[in-house]
Write a protein that binds this ligand. Sequence first.
Ligand code: GDP
Ligand code: IMO
Ligand code: MG
Length: 423
Amino acid sequence: MKVDVLLGLQWGDEGKGKIVDVLAPKYDVVARFQGGPNAGHTLEFDGKKVVLHQIPSGIFRAHTRNVIGNGVVLDPIVLQAEIRKLAAHGVDAHRNLFISKKATIIVPTHRLLDLAQEKAKGVDKIGSTLKGIGPSYQDKIGRQGLRVGDVLSPHFQERFKKLTDAHFEILKGHPEISYDWPELSAQFLEAITFLRTLQLIDSEYFLNRELQAGSSILAEGAQGSLLDIDFGSYPFVTSSSTVTAGACTGLGVAPRHIGEVYGIFKAYSTRVGSGPFPTELIDEDGERMRREGNEFGSTTGRPRRCGWIDLPALKYSIMINGVTQLLMMKADVLSIFPDIKVCTHYRLSDGQMTESVPYEYAHQQITAIYTELPGWKCDIRNMKADAVPTELANYIQFLERELRVPITLISTGPDRLQTIYRN
Ligand code: GDP
Ligand code: IMO
Ligand code: MG
């Protein structure tokens, strides 16, 4: 069997959580490969709504085992709270959650450093979720991070102190950041005690053995390709590899084991935080899109910036990821518009037209050039596969022609059941 990968092609929040939950019954294992509690993946079913931050979105499927891979940064406090919430839904994470010993631990000072770094940037701030993502990946790459396997060492407390002492030195330069360390560290150490009760594993061996035994594996991405550390709109990005290649390094599976790459996108675009967004609507239409799509961050509650679909950006993401199937989300939100705009090109500040994402993406004025398609102007939320309005069918065909990848699934609402498969 192969490892299929599901990842966001835009700036995150495409609906990865919903679709991983929908696809999970087909998979023996679901594995998160990067990111951390900056993610907010929403699942809706049986009248319930759950937002997952650290735990893979296959957790509600009884026969699916869920792995937090080595590429993830893990906040034990967030994890403990999330596991408690799952218990209230009758899910026992002690049974079907496995955590890589090589995943990096987020300590409370990482969150403080995140805040300090953002404050220091002033108007150029990234708009970080302030979950400690940047600083924890900095420590990982700087070879001084704590890893999940370290919690089993008798020297864990010492190592924790050494790392946080280094952070306190930096925080001395930021007297504006106040905190109650006895409280924060007590909370952290309690969560570490809890972490020790979970299944901590050598996840690269676990996953490769599963592959050899014929199990099917779905790798779940967090964030989106336009937030990728290398290929995103740098510096307005997250600190991990959100692309297909990140699934290999974030799980320890070889490139030849990658199978389908599901690229998920909204029928429009959203972005939360700072950075370029050529198709952004800063008018009444943008407000309506936000209201209709309930576009408020699943992790921070911040209003998401909204705009039309951006084909140059999507083509770029499809190229980097080797997408084999496209999944289109939230088409129902566009039902309110009589006409739908699609950005096909950019005009750069020197007047040149392009279909490519330019290097100076974040630092020049880019004008989106649109074509317009008629809208479907009807409620499609509970639509069946054989009742797709002509205008929506045309929109899908137009996108398939432009993007040269089949759209095999359309989502028409947040619930598991509001999903249409296309052959
Ligand atoms: P993720 O981070 O990619 O998992 O996405 P989020 O959960 O942050 O954001 C997607 C939001 O859209 C959530 O509130 C979902 O419940 C919701 N959603 C998912 N699919 C659809 C859809 O097809 N239509 C509508 N209206 N909402 C959807
Ligand atoms: P999911 O998995 C949308 C954005 C932040 C900020 C930038 C860097 O739910 O799609 P970070 O905290 O990572 O240092 O923030 O990335 N961001 C997300 N935007 N969805 C996410 O995750 C995001 N995770 C981070 O808003 O602009
Ligand atoms: Mg989200």
